[in-house]
Design a binder for this molecule. Structure first.
Ligand SMILES: Cc1ncc(COP(=O)(O)O)c(C=O)c1O
Length: 352
C-alpha cells in the first residue's frame, strides 16, 4: 500500500487525493498542452464508443502499424502502452531484479525513482551538471537500466544524439531515452535504434498530441526487447478508445505540428520575457521552461501566483529550491502569468 501511494506521489505534479483544479485557474504546472487535440480524434473516439462492449486488440496492432508507418519503424519494434508511464513500469519489471542497479540523473522525472523503489532496485543517482547537462558519470558499471529524459524534466535541457550514442555504447545494460517531449525540439533518438541492441526509446501522446487524458504512449526497441515487454504487459493495456484516438491523431499529424509551433513560439517569448526580468532561464526543448528566480524567493513567488489562481511547479529540494518550472500555456495565459510575476517582484523590490 505504501508503495502504491509512493507511485501516485511520483506522478507529474499530482499529489494523492488532489482534486482537479477549479474554474478560473491558469494551470501551468503539469506540462499539458494548452490546445485541444485534433477534432478527428474526438470524432473517432465518439464513433468507437459504439463498440465499447467489445475488448480491444490486446496487441493494438493497427495502432502500432500506424505509429511505425509515421515514424519509419517496423511494428515489431513497437509496443503501445497506457501512457508512456506504463511502459517505464514494464521496462523495470522486465529487466530489473531486486538489488540490481538502476541509474537516473538528478534532477529528472521523479517517477523513475519511485519505480526503482517499487522494484526494490538499487537506485544510483547521478547529479546533472550546473547547466543540467548529462555528465560522463552516467555510465555506471553493472547498471541494468539507465534512464535519460530527453528533453529532461524539469530542466528542459536537450542531450544531443552524439552524446546519447556515446552513452549507449558504454552502458552495459539497457539505456532508456524518454522522449515524452521530443516533438517540441527535434527528431530524437529513433534513428539510433538500428545501431544498438540495448536502447529503448519511449514517447508519449500526452504532450505534443494533447492527449494526456487518453493515456497513450509507445516504446521502440529491438524486436527481442519488445517481445519481452509484450509478455509482461496487461492483456488489454490500451483501450479501444485510446487505439481509435491514437490512430486518428497520427492521421492528422499536421494538427499536432501546428500546435507544437504555437507552443514553441510562446515558449521562446516566455523565456525572453523572464530573462529580461532578471531570471536565469535554462534553454528548453520542451513545452515548459525552468527559471532560476535569482534574488527573489521562488517559493514565495510560487505561493503568491497560486493565490492569484496561477499554478506553476515548485520543487522544495536542494537543487531546485530557487527555480520555478512553468508549462507553456496559451499566449493569453502566459501574458497573465508575466503580468503577475512582474507585479510580485516589483512589490518585493519596493519593500527592500
Ligand atoms: C519525462 C516524462 N516522461 C514521461 C511522462 C509521462 O507521460 P505519459 O503521460 O505518456 O505517461 C512525463 C509526464 O509528465 C514526463 O515528464
Amino acid at each position: 500500500m505504501n508503495k502504491l501511494r509512493k507511485n501516485i506521489a511520483g506522478l507529474e505534479g499530482y499529489t494523492p487525493g488532489e482534486q482537479p483544479v477549479g474554474e478560473g485557474y491558469i494551470k501551468l504546472n503539469t506540462n499539458e498542452n494548452p490546445y485541444p487535440p485534433s477534432p478527428a480524434v474526438i470524432e473517432a473516439i465518439a464513433k468507437e464508443a459504439e463498440s465499447l462492449r467489445l475488448y480491444p486488440d490486446p496487441l493494438a496492432t493497427a495502432l502500432r502499424e500506424k505509429a511505425g508507418e509515421v515514424l519509419g519503424l517496423p511494428s515489431g519494434s513497437i509496443i503501445a502502452g497506457n501512457g508512456s508511464d506504463e511502459l517505464l513500469t514494464i521496462i523495470l519489471r522486465c529487466f530489473v531484479e531486486p538489488g540490481e542497479k538502476v541509474v537516473t540523473p538528478h534532477p529528472t522525472y521523479t517517477l523513475y525513482e519511485t519505480l526503482v523503489s517499487i522494484q526494490d532496485g538499487e537506485l544510483v543517482r547521478v547529479p546533472l551538471g550546473d547547466d543540467f547537462s548529462v555528465p560522463e558519470e552516467i555510465v555506471v558499471a553493472g547498471a541494468k537500466v539507465t534512464f535519460i529524459a530527453n528533453p529532461n524534466s524539469p530542466s528542459g535541457t536537450v542531450t544531443p544524439n552524439d552524446a546519447i550514442r556515446g552513452i549507449a555504447e558504454k552502458a552495459g545494460g539497457i539505456l532508456v531515452v524518454d522522449e515524452a517531449y521530443v516533438d517540441f525540439c527535434g527528431e530524437g533518438a529513433l534513428r539510433l535504434l538500428e545501431e544498438f541492441d540495448n536502447l529503448i526509446v519511449t514517447r508519449s501522446m500526452s504532450k505534443s498530441f494533447s492527449l494526456a487524458g487518453l493515456r497513450l504512449g509507445f516504446a521502440f526497441s529491438t524486436p527481442a526487447i519488445i517481445e519481452a515487454m509484450l509478455k509482461v504487459k496487461d492483456s488489454y493495456n490500451v483501450s479501444r478508445l485510446a487505439i481509435a484516438g491514437g490512430l486518428a491523431a497520427f492521421e492528422d499529424i499536421e494538427w499536432m505540428r501546428a500546435n507544437v509551433r504555437r507552443v514553441v513560439s510562446t515558449r521562446e517569448r516566455l523565456s525572453l520575457s523572464l530573462s529580461a526580468m532578471g531570471f536565469r532561464v535554462f534553454p528548453s526543448g520542451a513545452n515548459f521552461v525552468l527559471a532560476g528566480t535569482g534574488r527573489w524567493d521562488a517559493g514565495a513567488i510560487f505561493r503568491e501566483l497560486k493565490d492569484q489562481k496561477i499554478l506553476v511547479r515548485y520543487y522544495d529540494t536542494e537543487r531546485l529550491r530557487s527555480c520555478l518550472r512553468i508549462s507553456v500555456g496559451t499566449d493569453e495565459e502566459i501574458d497573465a502569468l508575466l503580468r503577475e510575476i512582474r507585479s510580485i517582484i516589483k512589490t518585493k523590490d519596493s519593500k527592500q
